[in-house]
Design a protein around this ligand. Sequence first.
Ligand SMILES: [Zn+2]
Length: 457
Amino acid sequence: MKLYNTRTRENTEFKPLNPGKVGIYVCGATVQSFPHIGHVRSGINFDILRRWLTASGYDVTFIRNVTDIDDKIIEKAKAENMPWWALAFKYEQEFAKAYALLNVLPPTYEPRATGHITQMIDLMQLLIDKGAAYAPGNGDVYLSVRSLDSYLTLSRQKLDDLLPANDADETFKKDVRDFALWKAAKPGEPSWPTPWGEGRPGWHLECSAMAHSYLGESFDIHGGGLDLIFPHHENEIAQSEAAGYGFANIWMHNAWVTQSGEKMSKSLGNTMQVKELVKQFRGIELRFYLGSAHYRSMVEFSPEALQEAATNFQRIENFLIRAKEIVGDYEGVISAPIKAAFDDDLAVPQVLAHISDALRRGNTAITDGAKDAIKASAAEIRGALAILGCDPFDSSFASGGQDLSEALDGVIKLALAQRAAARERKDFAASDAIRDGLAALGISIEDTPQGQRWSIK
Ligand SMILES: [Zn+2]
């Protein structure tokens, strides 16, 4: 299998560090807003990678972290008037819901940054001992970037060309291009004790410490969105390699979802939220759309393109259902051309072309009544769709575009309206039947002067 390594800028034959096993670390969300489709594309792309490696016989350990402490989380928590940890948990759950709606498999482990402060302190101590980091005494800790040979080898920039990302608070730096591993506490902000003073972690340090905790000093694949190459991944490499770790063998980056050529951002955001889009499209259709481009190609979002993808998916799905009616149950298989396409740096557009061919053959076979050919086409399509996470017979998609509790409330109100109408026309048998039917489901009704009220027993 070949994968494109951003660090070497070439397709390389994938060889796991430990035979039969693959360790993957993907940067997860900073949980401070409802997820939009730009946020979840990385989840889908790396889920396809994981499914393909698993189908290829590897035992995959897949880590996707949650960044639950960050400037934006602290600001947003103030704006929403809630504790920072409550805000982070709220949006962590929203991301979990979106991933479930899109059939993104849960990671093997999903570490939260704030649960790994001890590991971050250990890593900083190691870096200070090695002379690669320094604590100027105000509570900050910085990485000394000029002490490293490999700095900027991922983004291929020159250190002196870098604009100093100088924060007004970071006046204690020895070099303007050094970056903060740890930030001194500010009044009213969350902080943790360290040997160098109270403070909170820098974003980059979190990922190095968590990747090391779960995958060891060296692991196979590190992934994330294109925008993370610099500074985030560059700084993860700097910290980890300065600590003496081999760190990630292959770096993979998914491209963005764009709108009018611009990276999708929160300001463009609300209508692109997963929770809104799944009111119009099924999760499986949205996933098919977002997963159908090559992971290194931009997806230019338009409602028309999404609608077209949904229609294409329905055409494929209808064939698979029709095939099942004709030939009975069948399992998915991975055909040789589809294997070759996935093995070529996850060439999903080629996979889709093979699916189209199989669909054409399958529909012809239906016309001809050729059962074996119907089954062969359907099995090939189903096998490929399973890797794309879009098998229509897969029951693991979370249901529905809307909140289930809202739907339940609506259904019960409908039943109560029917019961009220029955009583109105003095059809007590019908009214009692509705009440008893609901009671059997654990839902009790109380008649109050304000009308009927329901509760779950
Ligand atoms: Zn990260």
